[in-house]
Design a protein around this ligand. Structure first.
Ligand SMILES: [Zn+2]
Length: 316
């Protein structure tokens, strides 16, 4: 009998909800605005309603649902499914998200930080599924990290572990949202890339980046692809920061696979080739050939399949 789970990719702006089969196939999906300002109770009640509608539309009986997995931004107590702190969900601190969803739906619910759910999604459904040693990096508004080592999701003593985005790669570098300087997030997130481009506007006023109606990370990568000097300098700095950070992760975890996802991963070869070219400078020769660095192939549905995989991981 086929087994199904419900994956919820909870975002600050929109929430994606799907019924996912155990092979990662999406049976039915729905996207609803999160509308955080309505308050957490209303938001979760709305999610509960959307789940009921999905079940009706798909004709999957709720008795066949193994569980609900939620990938949430912020720090999560994953034993209790409580949101400890989330900058994108300001009034959710200390909120028992799992227990409330369980109350509404009657289905057991598990919550994980969204970067952890990204790497669990790769472990369950990705190109290297089942690998026991994988590292995931999500490059979006921020930089998220997740580590699977010896087949286990690494969480640390308080559940905060795996914050790879706050590894410092340029001690004198830009100020990060966390208060430190030169974190990977302050150099390789979309926010950081746009900030760098703005800072270059005085030195390189004729750069093609500034002819776009709005500077975005995509504009920077597209300009670099077109041979623009300032954009190329930014991409070089981003890929160097990534290579330094990944080199450190390789020395600590000896992973088989490093998988990069998030919006910035759409930069494709420009991003990955830049990182790969720089890697030999930042890893000990004995590690050469022990790892692969690739872009996630799950991009479009990585959030919901990642959230769904939390259930398969917890019940495995
Ligand atoms: Zn930081």
């Amino acid at each position: 009998m086929a087994k199904y789970v419900i994956g919820i990719d909870l975002g600050g702006t929109e929430t994606k909800i799907a019924i996912v089969e155990e092979d990662g196939r999406i049976i039915e999906k729905k996207m609803i605005p999160t509308r955080v300002f309505d308050g957490r109770i209303t938001v979760v009640t709305r999610i509960g309603e959307a789940i009921k509608e999905l079940l009706l539309e798909s004709a999957v009986s709720s008795s066949k649902i193994l569980g609900i997995g939620v990938g949430s931004p912020g720090s999560i107590d994953h034993d209790t499914g409580t949101v400890l702190f989330s900058p994108n969900l300001p009034d959710w601190s200390g909120f028992g998200l799992a227990s409330m969803l369980e109350k509404i739906t009657g289905v057991q619910t598990f919550v994980e930080n969204d970067a952890n759910s990204f790497i669990l999604g790769e472990w369950a459904f990705g190109e290297f599924k089942g690998s026991q040693h994988m590292i995931g990096l999500t490059l979006g508004t921020g930089v998220g990290g997740g580590v699977i080592t010896h087949g286990i999701l690494m969480t640390g003593s308080s559940g905060y572990g795996g914050e790879l985005g706050h590894t410092i790669v340029e001690p004198e570098g830009p100020l990060c949202g966390c208060g430190s300087h030169g974190c990977l997030e302050s150099l390789a997130s979309a926010t950081a890339i746009v900030k760098m481009a703005r800072e270059y506007s005085k030195r390189f006023p004729k750069s093609s980046m500034f002819s776009a109606p709005e500077i975005t990370a995509k504009v920077v990568f597209d300009s670099a692809r077109g041979g623009d000097l300032a954009a190329t300098m930014i991409v070089e700095r981003v890929t160097k920061a990534m290579a330094i950070a990944i080199g450190n992760f390789i020395h600590v975890f000896n992973p088989e696979h490093i998988i990069i996802g998030g919006g910035i991963s759409k930069a494709g070869d420009l991003l990955i080739d830049g990182i790969l070219r720089k890697m030999p400078a930042f890893v000990m020769p004995s590690f050469i050939g022990t790892y692969s660095i690739t872009l996630s192939r799950l991009v479009e549905n990585a959030g919901i399949t990642g959230a769904a995989s939390i259930v398969f991981y917890r019940l495995s």
